[in-house]
Design a protein around this ligand. Structure first.
Ligand code: 2RA
Length: 336
């Protein structure tokens, strides 16, 4: 079978990556429809050797479309995802809009593909920093049951979007040329700096990004007993999120066992030979699919603790690849 697929938010950083991943993985596309805001109307984007026109959404846009991959922000998703689902489309939405809705599965195929069977037309793609973390946590949780997770992230500016990548580039050039810098996207200079501030601050002193990691992890892992606390940090890296993860498990598990389990787990590459300066680096993962894990070691401050360093391309596994893998799972299991 072949499918009529739509990408909504096609001209954004993630939308572009979705189109690339559909082509690279030879997803069975009968026809690709691209949608973006008015300002992109008339543009064309390359797919399988053809120029595909970018359209503007209207009430009838989703008629005849089988699967719609959305990465157009929460506001647009709130309006258009239900319209798409009512038109018979299955929506895989990358925004935060639907993730915690009880009748919307929140899915990382390596972790909880089984949740796809109860979707009601909308499936939520988790936050990039959550996806790479749960891919690494799940195999350990299945063996030694994780009680608590403490994570600090080092997130690339591509997570904010193209304007943020331009801002990092421009500020870096301006500073190296002793010019005044502009601050349009972030509240502070991002070049040669780190900002402990991703998304808005909440009453409890956490940011929305940090609470996404706390709440989404429990839903995806299907275990509300897992305690999670997070600090999410923006760093002057273009592509690839890095995470320092500390876990406490019910029963003891040694680093070598973790290395062995993870190296046999789907979607993971273990890069862990610090004595040879081998550990995952964001500059090495850009454009690649796996979640890379290294610096696996015992947390000697508690009885059953493990520390590890997890790096992955936030536009790929963190967004576009995970969404396409959900679509692949849907057609494989007949849940489309
Ligand atoms: C970020 N995870 O990195 C958020 C949204 N992509 O900004």
């Amino acid at each position: 079978d072949r499918y009529v697929v739509a990408v909504v938010g096609a001209t954004g950083a993630v939308g572009n990556e979705m189109i690339a991943v559909l082509e690279e993985r030879e997803f069975p596309v009968e026809k690709l429809r691209l949608f973006a805001s008015e300002k992109s109307e008339g543009k064309t984007l390359q797919f399988e050797g053809s120029e595909i026109p970018v359209e503007v959404l209207n009430e009838d846009s989703f008629k005849g479309i089988d699967i719609a991959l959305f990465s157009a922000g929460a506001e647009r998703s709130k309006i258009w995802a239900p319209i798409a689902a009512k038109s018979g489309c299955v929506v895989v939405d990358n925004s935060s809009q639907w993730r915690m809705e009880p009748d919307v599965p929140l899915v990382v195929p390596e972790v909880n593909a089984h949740d796809l069977k109860w979707h009601k037309g909308i499936i939520a793609n988790p936050n990039c920093s959550t996806i790479q973390m749960v891919v690494a946590l799940k195999p350990i949780h299945d063996v030694a049951k994780i009680k608590r997770v403490v994570v600090t992230t080092f997130q690339a500016v591509s997570g904010t979007g193209k304007k943020a990548m331009d801002e990092l580039l421009q500020q870096t050039a301006d500073l190296l040329n002793f010019r005044e810098i502009q601050k349009n996207v972030y509240p502070h200079q991002i070049a040669f700096n780190v900002l402990p501030h991703i998304d808005k601050f909440l009453e409890n002193g956490y940011t929305k990004e940090e609470m996404k990691m706390v709440n989404e992890t429990k839903k995806i892992m299907g275990d509300n007993s897992i305690k999670v606390t997070a600090t999410t940090v923006r760093v002057p890296v273009f592509r690839g999120h890095s995470e320092s993860i500390n876990i406490e498990t019910e029963k003891k598990i040694m680093p070598n066992e973790v290395r062995s389990i993870l190296s046999k787990s789907p979607g993971i590459v273990v890069l862990d030979a610090p004595e040879k300066n081998v550990y995952p680096l964001p500059i090495d993962v850009a454009g690649k699919d796996p979640v890379y894990v290294g610096r696996i070691r015992e947390d000697e401050s508690i009885d059953n603790g493990i520390n590890m360093w997890v790096v992955s391309d936030n536009l790929r596994k963190g967004a576009a690849l995970n969404a396409v893998q959900i679509a692949e799972e849907l057609i494989k299991t007949g849940n489309r």
